[in-house]
Each structure stands twice: as C-alpha cells, then as structure tokens.
Design a binder for this molecule. Structure first.
Ligand code: ADP
Ligand code: MG
Ligand code: MG
Length: 883
C-alpha cells in the first residue's frame, strides 16, 4: 500500500479530490502544488495509517518507515538541505489534517529538526543567530507541550521571569544570547518535569510528533468538536510533514491568514490579518492581536498599524493574485494561510472558508449570479440548519445600551447572558437552563464545550481569524474577540473596564456584528431578511417536490410561518387553544362534570371561542390546507392544582369543591402518556369531538362566505391504533359536518384523516386507510412508542447512549430511520396500497430537521410540517434532497 504522498516543487502525487485519504490540508497542499503555487515541499501520511494505528494498538504498518524515509529524502533534494545536518539542516512542520477541517482541535509542531547542533547550523546558514535561537525555543516549547505533555505555561513563566530580570517589556528586545539562554532553560525545564532529556535525535523527534498528531485524533476536545459537528470518529486524520518556511526572519518576513471574502458578512473583499516577524501559530492561536491585511480594512478599523498592503506592497500584490487564482480554481471562498520569508511568498494552506449563515447565503447567491456556480450548487452551498442564525433576533437599534467597550465583531448575532469565566462552568450552568456568556482572555481549543454551551463568547485577546473566532462562526455563536480594554482577572472572576468592575454572573450583552460589549440586557428585534434570502429560497422552491407546512395554532405563529413560506398548516393542536386564561375554567368544568349533560353545558360555552380560533386561522391561511387535530392530551393535564382554581370551577359549576376533588382523583393516571388521551377521549366522550368538528366546519363556512380562495379543513383524529376507532369517530364527525353543511346551503370540501403515531397504527395502515383520507405521522409519539422511551425522561440517559454509540443522535431530534422510519415507510406503502391518493405528511419535531426532511422526501411523503422558524430550513433541505 502507498501510505505516503509527496507534494511541492510544482507537482504532487495527490490532488484535491483525495480528501478522504490525504485529509483536507494534504489534498489541498497537493492541489496547490499541481497548479504551480509556491508550496513548501513535503509529504502526507494518509488517514489509512491513522485507522491502522488505532486498529493495531498504536503501531504502524511495517513498510511505513521506508516510505517516510524515501519521501523525506525527496524533500531534502528539492529543498537542498538535510534533515539533522549540522551545516545545513532541513526543518519541518508536522501538521494534522482531517477530511474536514477542525480548526485548532488537533496538534501541529513547527521547527522540528532543531537540536543543540543543528541550531548552530541554522544560525550560520541564515546569518541570523537570533532567529535560530528564537526558532529553537519555540520548537522546544511546542514539542514539549504537544508531544511530551509539558504544559506551555511552564515556558511562558520562564520567559516572563527572564524579561523581568533583564528589564525587557517586549519579546523584540531579547537578543540572540537571551533566546539561547532561554532555549537551554526550556530544555532543562522539560528534563526536570519528565526526568529525561529533551530528545536531540531528529528522527526520534519526527516520529514523536507523528505519534502525537495521530494521538490527537482521540483527545477530548477533538471528540467534542466531532460530536458537535457530526463528524464520524472513524475517519481519522492524516499527518503532513512539510519543510519549514520562516516568517520570523526579521522585518521582511511575515505570516498571515486571509479569507477571500468576508466570512462574517459574505462581502466580496479580502478579509485578512498578518504579523510581521512572526510564525503562523502567533496569528491563529490568538497570541498576538494581528494587523489588518488591506488598507481599506485598516482604515475601517481605525488602526494606525500599517496594513500588509502598505507595508509590503509587492508581496501583497503577489498574494492578491494567489487569492484570485485559488478562489477561481475552487469556485468557493477560501481561507488561506501564508508566510513571507525574506520577501518570498509561500502558501501553507487553503480550504473552503468557514462562514456565518449570512455570509454563506450571500456568497452562494453572488457566485451563482456571477455564473461561477449554478443555482443548484448555490442551494447546496448553504447548510439548512444554519439558516436558523439568520432568523434570530438582533439588537433593537433604538434600545438604550450601556456600552462597556467595543471589540472585534468576530461572529455576528446578539447574545445575552450571565458572565462566566470557565468553559466547565459555562457548560454546567447551561445544562441547568441558564444563558451564559463565556468570558476568556483568549479561548483555546480546550474551551470548545463551553463555547458550544454559551450564548456568546467574549475575549480580550486574539483577532478575527483566531481559532476562537473561526470556531464561533462555525457554531453560529455570536463572538466579540480582542476586546483589549477588558482586564479579565481569572482568579477573582471579574472584569475591569474603564474604571468599572464587572462581577462573576453579572449580565452582559454582546453584539457580534458590531463588536459592542454591553452591561445588562438589551432589547432585541426580529431581523430583516435580505434579498439574498428570498432569492435562494425561490431557487429552492423551484426545485423541490416535498411541500412544507407548519405546526401552528396561534394567529402569530400562523402569520410568521406564512411569511416564511409555509404551504399550509400540518398540525394545529387544539388543546393549546384550551389553556388560555379565559377558557380554562370552561375546560375544567367540562372535565369535572359527572355526566354528559354537564359536559355539554361546558362545551356549549367553549364552542364559540373555539370557532373564533378557527375563523382567525383559516383567514390567515386562506387558500392553503389546514389540518386540525382534535383534542389529544390526557385530561388530567387540565385539572386544577391550586385550591383557588378548584374554588372558581366549583363556583362556575355550582358544585361542592369536595366532589370536584374526588372526580379529579379518579382522573389521576399512572402513565398518562399511554392513558386516557387522543381518540380514546373521543370514544368515551364523543361530545368533545362533535363540538370541535362543529367549530371547524362552521368556521370554514363562515370564512368561505366572504369569497376568495377555498378553505379545505382537514380534520385529524389522534392516537388511533385500529380501523374501528377511526371508523366510529369518523362517522360521528362526518355526520355533524354534513349536517351543518347541508343546513348552510353552501358547499364545502373537508377531509377526515388520522395521525399515525402508534406502531400498531403503522402496521395496520392498510386497514386504517379505508377510513382515513390522509395520514400525518406524529413522529414524536411514534418515536416514544417505538422505542418505549419517554421523551421528557430521556435526558437522564441520552448522553450515555450517544457516548456509548447506541444512538448516533437524539432520536427526538433526527428521525431514527432504521426503526421509526421503517414504520413510517411501511405505513406509507400499506396506506397507499389501499387508497392511492392518500395524502401523507409528518408533523413531529423532525419536520424541521434536514436529515429527516431528506428521509421524508426519499420515501415519497407529500409534505413535512414543522415549527414556523424551521420552515425555511425545511424548504432548503427539501430542495437539497431533490438534488
Ligand atoms: P491548524 O490546523 O491548527 O491551523 P496548521 O497545521 O495549519 O494547524 O499549522 C499551524 C500554523 O503553523 C499555521 O499558521 C501554519 O501556517 C503554520 N505552519 C504550518 N506548517 C508550516 C511550515 N512548514 N512553515 C511555516 N509555517 C507553517
Ligand atoms: Mg491551519
Ligand atoms: Mg401525538
């Protein structure tokens, strides 16, 4: 097997199509070499080696060593230097690189190949001993930290002490001698901690780093990142060994990162940062806050540190050519790492840049309109779930704001919560339902779980291209970074800013679009949807077959959903209409009545309000189908709890409180989920369903009377398990409906159907379809009843199940295609075999989950129905399913 692929010097053994084997970084380094960009030569050890490594107790295939040696020799020839050579040593970086980028989650070691002897060679070769020893101490620190497990804190402390003793303030004041002394001290430190010397053998160094990179695939933060982003654990990472180029060789050297378009807004301008006389880690790890790449962005930021465009105009020109070339080549916005060594430009990485939903949308639409990509590609470029970000509230421009400071607008959106200072606490509090803002000097990849749990992220250091910012944008978390005016004290958990002190758990608001950090809570408003949004949605609508409805019962929800493009209501839950303050007393009266006459009295009072609900809803949804589900939940949910509630019902009914309490006792259920609910209520108390059918039909007639588009109500009977149940209830409902319609003298079409939410119903679908004109799959209950898991009680073990690999995901979020999905499929087939034009849809939470939408499309359902804010997500997912 070929375990190793070389690249550099205008050619490569791999290319961009080989991401699975070479990882994203390796495949793109190969591709860039092939198209003639200046890439430092190197080679990639494949992801298959990683898989092998984990399958064989952390060992390698026997022929790997020879292949690595051969590739290294080739790199030595191309570069003209020799690994471990005393006079002219080759230095390399050892870089991780999975199939999809996991920014900062795994390890990279720079300047490898330095030891006490080669460092002298590097000093002579470069004519710059200061640079050589600076590189050496960086290497010792990084290698000790990443490979040997000696925390970088140890070395930073030594550096601080050295500076203090010598009266230095800036790193630039240190001489070659100082760095040399520190390199010795660093080595000694590692030896003290480990009890054995820092490795001087460069081959030992190389394999140590390779092991560390493969090992980093399984460290906690990488696992957490994969879990959050649904990246399978068995993909593995590749390792890239690449000859070093140096951005720390003085003032004609630099390093930087650029997005070819603005990753926050999608605007077509270069968005980059760089540092003179520095190595790449300094920028991406947020150690120093970098300078702007372009003059325009410098001016916009009001900075007086020269941009690269101004400081190094020639190299900047070359770089800009590379940006154009790479974007055209990959036909997507790129995130590019580069280094300038003594005026010579090198490209170290390119990848499709992570971006906010807003930017994704704008870039996709811009590129389609510029004919760089097709409309279909544009549809595929936007992740449906990410649209959520666009629909989120933003700060009310008229709100009063107590602005503490303004940092960098690293990831847009408004966020409000209590300030917490550690990732663990953020996670802990978020679990208990608290909204938190994670405050850090800089975030490190170890903070990933806290960032995910937080509403927003605030840092005092690090730039817009720092890992914190990139990760936050990828997760859709608002982030303000580099807010330098904040003095964050981790010990006392306070922030000092402009003479004020913010305490632990004080409320903060962040605006990730402006960089503003505010004290207290600030009002928010619904966002304006851009023209790009409706354009892309329009393209999606042209393509998709699957219809998208909404779950709504209030006029507000119905109106919102219609604005978001809902094509009807798939689920109107009538019980929600019963909870309102002015009705609950009548509902309670109905439930607590001892007999039918009592119930009918209460129902008569409910009829006009219920009817008005439907009039409102039908008016809003005019011309579109509306599915109304008859009363479903266990009656006891409506029962009075407090003494005063009992008293007021008793007064309304003119009955003694004691009698009502006894009646309430008898209604108590041990397992209400599986108790007297759904159509079972209809069987016991048909007058409830008859009242509801009357309200629906009278409302539809009333709205139709005003002319305009027709109303076709779809009456849905819940929790049916057998044909007989539906037959009985349908007969009753239809009798009422037909009678009202006949009496009105008008004509009205309506349908009666059922919810399929019990496994028995799915299996009996062929029988049930004789009675039902439509099925709506209630996948929440169907998941509960298929798995035998109560959703509300699943939180206690869900994590364990996901950790143990029993569940890939929460089955209440994304439909379990193998089990629950199979039942849906069976029911759809059997139902349609009986009734070819049976209308099929789903109305569980799953209707707004992209993977579930794709499944519904695949098995031929007619529509999905989801909550209003998920309607755009479902529309886009349905279009993607078609492509
Ligand atoms: P990550 O995936 O965390 O960004 P990288 O492997 O890209 O890690 O490396 C981290 C930093 O080191 C980047 O800024 C990168 O450009 C820089 N770097 C990596 N390899 C080299 C090299 N051969 N020469 C110079 N800088 C390098
Ligand atoms: Mg990188
Ligand atoms: Mg249900």
């Amino acid at each position: 097997t070929n375990w190793v692929y070389t690249f550099g010097d205008g050619k490569a053994e791999g290319d961009a199509s080989m991401k699975n084997l070479l990882g994203g970084k390796g495949a793109n380094l190969a591709e860039m070499s092939n198209i003639g960009l200046p890439v430092p030569p190197g080679f990639t050890i494949t992801t298959e080696v990683c898989t092998y490594y984990y399958a064989h107790q952390d060992t390698y295939p026997t022929d790997l060593k020879d292949q690595v040696t051969a590739a290294l020799t080739q790199v030595e020839k191309t570069v003209g230097a020799t690994f471990g050579d005393a006079e002219n040593p080759l230095l390399v970086s050892v870089r991780s690189g999975a199939r999809v980028s996991m920014p900062g989650m795994m390890d990279t070691v720079l300047n490898l190949g330095l030891n006490d002897i080669t460092v002298e060679g590097l000093a002579k070769q470069s004519g710059d001993p200061r640079f050589a020893y600076d590189s050496y101490r960086r290497f010792i620190q990084m290698y000790s930290d990443v490979v040997l497990g000696v925390d970088h804190y140890n070395f930073e402390e030594l550096l601080e002490i050295h500076k203090e003793e010598n009266g230095y303030v800036l790193d630039t004041e240190l001489s070659a001698e100082d760095w040399k002394e520190l390199a010795q001290a660093f080595k000694q430190k590692t030896e003290d901690v480990l009890g054995k010397p820092f490795p001087q053998d460069v081959h030992e160094q190389l394999w140590g780093a390779v092991n560390a990179v493969f090992g980093s695939w399984m460290i906690d933060r990488a696992k957490t990142y994969r879990r959050i982003h649904n990246i399978p654990g068995d993909w593995g990472t590749a390792v890239n060994v690449q000859s070093m180029v140096f951005g720390n060789m003085g003032d004609t050297s630099a390093t930087g990162v650029t997005f070819t378009r603005d990753p926050a807004t999608g605007e077509n301008t270069y968005y980059g940062e760089y540092l003179i006389n520095a190595q790449g880690e300094d920028v991406v790890a947020g150690i120093r806050t970098p300078q702007n790449l372009t003059k325009a962005s410098r001016l916009k930021a009001g900075s007086d540190m020269p941009s690269m465009e101004e400081a190094m105009p020639d190299v900047y020109g070359e770089l800009a050519d590379v940006f154009v070339k790479l974007e055209a080549h990959y036909r997507d916005m790129q995130d590019i790492e580069f280094t300038v060594q003594k005026g010579k430009l090198w490209i170290l990485q390119t990848r499709s840049g992570k971006r906010t939903a807003k930017a994704a949308l704008k870039i996709a639409v811009d590129m389609a309109e510029d004919k760089i990509i097709t409309e279909e590609e544009a549809i595929l470029r936007v992740e449906p779930a990410a649209l959520d970000q666009l629909l989120h509230p933003t700060l009310d421009p008229d709100a009063v704001k107590d602005i503490l400071t303004i940092g960098l607008p690293a990831s847009p959106g408004a966020a409000c919560g209590i300030a917490v200072f550690t990732a663990d606490e953020a996670e802990e509090l978020a679990k208990n339902g608290k909204k938190v803002i994670l405050v850090r000097q800089e975030t490190s990849p170890e903070d990933i779980h806290g960032m995910h749990a937080a509403e927003g992220i605030l840092t005092s250091r690090g730039g817009m291209t720092s890992h914190a910012a990139v990760v936050a944008r990828g997760m859709g978390r608002p982030c303000v970074s580099g807010a330098g005016a904040l003095h964050i004290d981790m010990d006392s958990k306070t922030i000092k800013v402009m003479g004020r002190v913010i305490q632990n758990h004080d409320i903060l608001t962040l605006d990730g679009s402006s960089g503003e950090v505010m004290f207290g809570e600030v009002e928010t408003v619904q966002p304006e949807l851009s023209g790009d949004f409706s354009k892309l949605m329009g393209w999606a609508d042209k393509i998709r077959r699957l219809k998208v409805r909404t779950n709504a019962e209030t006029p507000l929800d119905a109106r919102t959903a219609r604005e978001f493009g809902a094509e009807g209501i798939g689920l109107c839950r009538t019980e929600h209409m019963f909870f309102d303050a002015d009705r609950i007393i009548n509902v309670r009266q109905m439930i607590l009545s001892e007999d039918k006459a009592g119930r009918e009295l209460a129902l008569a009072k409910l009829l006009p309000v219920q009817k008005q609900d439907f009039v409102d809803l039908f008016t809003i949804m005019r011309g579109l189908p509306v599915t109304v589900r008859l009363l479903d939940p266990p009656l006891h949910e409506f029962l009075p709890q407090k003494a005063e509630d009992f008293a007021s019902v008793a007064a309304a009914m003119d009955a003694p409180v004691e009698q009502l309490k006894m009646r309430a006792e008898t209604l108590h259920e041990f397992n209400p989920m599986l108790g007297h609910r759904g159509c079972r209520l209809g069987i016991s108390y048909p007058e409830i369903y008859e009242m509801q059918a009357r309200a629906i039909i009278e409302a539809a007639l009333e709205v139709s009377r005003d002319g305009g588009d027709a109303i076709v109500p779809e009456i849905m009977i819940p929790l049916v398990g057998s044909r007989k149940e539906l037959e009985i209830l349908k007969t009753k409902v239809s009798a009422i409906a037909d009678e009202i319609i006949a009496a009105s003298g008008a004509s009205l079409d309506y349908m009666v159907g059922t919810m399929i939410e019990l496994p028995r119903a799915a299996l009996q679908a062929g029988e049930i379809a004789h009675e039902a004109e439509f099925f709506s799959f209630g996948t929440n209950d169907l998941t509960q009843t298929t798995y035998g898991i109560s959703r509300d009680d699943s939180a206690n073990f869900l994590d364990d199940y996901i950790q143990a690999g029993i569940f890939e995901q929460d089955p209440f979020v994304s439909i379990d295609q193998d089990g629950v999905g199979e039942l849906v499929k069976i029911a759809a087939e059997r139902g349609r075999a009986t009734r070819a034009d049976l209308k099929l849809g789903i109305c569980g939470e799953h209707g707004g989950d992209p993977a579930s939408v794709e499944f519904c499309h695949r098995i031929g359902l007619d529509y999905v129905s989801c909550s209003p804010y998920r309607v755009p997500i479902a529309r886009l997912a349905a279009a993607q399913a078609q492509l």
